[in-house]
Design a protein around this ligand. Sequence first.
Ligand code: ZN
Length: 149
Amino acid sequence: MPDLTDLYREIILDHHRNPRNRGSLETPPAAHAVGHNPLCGDEIEIFLQVDDGVVTDVKVGGSGCSISQSSASMMSQAVKGKQVADVKALVRRFKGMMSIPDEDGNPIEPDLTVSLGDLEALQGVVKFPVRIKCATLAWNTLLDALSRA
Ligand code: ZN
């Protein structure tokens, strides 16, 4: 039985208690996407402002379990100010950490040049397969918003 303290690391609880970049942006110009994880009842709403290939602002709405909400909060901090190409590399790196295969069903090799920072705190989630969808919801919703930006 994996240790629950791996799931609820202090930094995850901090982001759950004090979520970063909560709110909304005017659409347009911002892109907007909503994601659901029916297995857990999580909902994530992402507002994304992209200017000249750079994510200049991101806001997060929605509600759900602490894993889904803290993952969204950490994601918002990690992508703000980044080039879209670097954001996509980060999404790939994060999904690799969550043992999500790539589009062809192959394991994602970690690109160690991409830093996960605080997001590494979510690594323990991979031991709880039912919660992986909680952790990746914000990231899939981010990709959805990016495709509309
Ligand atoms: Zn959840």
